[in-house]
Design a protein. Structure first.
Length: 113
């Protein structure tokens, strides 16, 4: 059974940083492309960043230069380091096994003073 469990969200002031983690189980993680998405209230879910099994990364324009996606295959974990956070980054952030229907439960990120 595939499980994706996110953590690391919370309340942060504008300009602050957070690191999200997603621990995967039930899949051959080292072969999986992984991604982070986010969904703000009233908005559609949107791609934030992705990372291939070889470590090639892709970022949405709205986070380029502020976020870094990485993976630790030994820990079956994908990370999203977010810096210089803005109020408009407030959303629920979801981990996804790309090219599958498996999502994590989401972790709330709130950027507010």
């Amino acid at each position: 059974q595939v499980q994706l469990v996110e953590s690391g969200g919370g309340l942060v002031q504008p300009g602050g940083s957070l690191r999200l983690s997603c621990v995967a189980s039930g899949l051959f993680f080292r072969l999986a492309e992984m991604a982070w998405y986010r969904q703000a209230p009233g908005n559609e879910r949107e791609l934030v960043a992705s990372i291939t099994r070889l470590g090639t990364t892709n970022y949405a324009d709205f986070v380029k230069g502020r976020c870094t996606i990485s993976r630790d295959n030994a820990k079956s974990t994908v990370y999203l380091q977010m810096n210089s956070l803005k109020p408009e980054d407030t959303a629920v952030y979801y981990c996804k096994w790309s090219d599958s229907g498996y999502w994590g439960q989401g972790t709330q990120v709130t950027v507010s003073s």
